[in-house]
Design a protein around this ligand. Structure first.
Ligand code: PLP
Length: 392
């Protein structure tokens, strides 16, 4: 007799949507000769000096727990980095927590903020985890759709139209995954006015801050009066090519971090000790490598956007991250059909825009964190594919 496990499982867990990205990884994994523009991670290996430091730390026996918030030395480096790069000031003693990736930082944030039924505004198309993390913490994700015509930028009017008396927070991700859209200082300042007017908290996911190409990156917390309203989330995964290290951090007013730490003590204790030592090295001595990787992404972005527009896939020029988000509407296919057929017929993996919310329909996400040669070959295959679906 097979047991019915349904009755043992929480409704929240059952209702959670699986990631639309993973599904395509699994499909592509079983095929040979696939060019993947699907993955959201750097194609670089973590710079050697960072790896060396953690290898040495392991050899030297740094295998114990650390303080819950992370090594003080690392928190000091994080504060110095945030100040140097983004002009924000945090206290290492009580305003920073080292987490297991930005993912855990987000989870900890929503668990700390939300009561059942509290609403969180999410600007769509959005990173796949946001809505699920809000829902798992008992909150209600409220989507705000953005559109290609406006470079996928949210406006204060769009935000105000979605605010209710239950709205507690807004999540801002600039540069954005999946669209690569960056909001400039003026645009963020206009959002800050709405935030202040409606007394909201801002969860600012700045994980792609190092990958901003055409303008200076603005940290939300650096805007006038926004320090006290911002939970800044960042980490080492993208800019430092350290996805597998699972290291991120939160910087926020101490009244918030002190409560977050209570939850963290019970759920995680701390991030791995020997990896935290590598992260100190990353912040102290990797700016040249970070800049080199950034330049390389910039070249690839330019190549891919130009190539996609040339073959007839309309694509705006994203200001950051390592994604482009071209329209596939001309093909008459849904984004899921497009991704599935392209994979089967031409062995190129992209992610359907619908995986990032309903407003992503009609688009696909292509990551350019892969070699120029692979990108060029992917474009050749996509052009051939389009020849079969679009009359030109
Ligand atoms: N936030 C965004 C917008 C992301 O795209 C990702 C990863 O793809 C994360 C957070 C999670 O990053 P981490 O690897 O630090 O958990």
């Amino acid at each position: 007799m097979t047991r019915d496990y349904h009755k043992y499982i929480s409704t929240r867990a059952i209702e959670l949507q699986p990631s639309g990205i993973r599904k395509f990884f699994d499909l592509a994994a079983g095929m040979e000769g696939v060019i993947s523009l699907g993955v959201g991670e750097p194609d670089f290996i973590t710079p050697w000096n960072i790896r060396d430091r953690s290898i040495e730390a392991l050899s030297d026996g740094f295998t114990s727990y650390t303080a819950n918030a992370g090594l003080l030395e690392l928190r000091e480096e994080i504060c110095a980095y945030l100040n140097r790069r983004f002009d924000v000031t945090y206290q290492p003693e009580n305003e920073v927590i080292v987490t297991v990736g930005a993912s855990q930082a987000l989870d900890l944030t929503f668990r700390t903020l939300l009561n059942s039924g509290d609403e969180v505004l999410i600007i769509e198309p959005a990173f796949v985890a946001y809505a699920s993390l809000v829902a798992m913490a008992g909150g209600i994700p409220v989507s705000i759709s953005t559109y290609a015509e406006n470079g996928f930028k949210v406006t204060p009017e769009l935000i105000e139209a979605s605010i209710t008396e239950r709205t507690k927070a807004i999540l801002i991700c600039s540069p954005n995954n999946p669209t690569g859209t960056c909001l400039n200082k003026e645009e963020l300042t206009a959002i800050a006015e709405v935030v202040e007017k409606h007394d909201l908290i801002v969860v600012s996911d700045e994980i792609y801050a190092e990958l901003t190409y055409d303008q200076a990156f603005t940290s939300f917390s650096s805007l006038p009066r926004m320090f006290e309203r911002t939970i800044l989330i960042n980490g080492f995964s993208k800019g430092f090519a350290m996805t597998g290290w699972r290291l991120g951090f939160i910087a926020a007013p101490k009244e918030l971090t002190s409560i977050m730490l209570k939850i963290y003590q019970h759920t995680t204790m701390c991030a791995p000790h020997m990896l935290q030592l590598g992260a100190i090295e990353a912040l102290r001595n990797s700016s040249e490598q970070v800049e080199k990787m950034q330049k390389s992404y910039w070249r690839r972005r330019n190549l891919l956007v130009q190539s996609l527009n040339r073959i007839g896939l309309d694509c705006h020029m994203p200001g950051g991250a390592f994604y482009v988000f071209p329209s596939i509407k001309k093909t008459g296919l849904t984004s899921e059909e497009f991704a599935e057929n392209l994979l089967k017929e031409e062995k190129v993996a992209v992610v359907p825009g619908s995986a990032f919310g309903p407003s992503g329909e009609g688009y696909v996400r292509c990551s350019y964190a892969t070699s120029i040669e692979q990108l060029q070959e992917a474009v050749v295959r996509m052009e051939r594919f389009l020849g079969r679906y679009v009359d030109r």
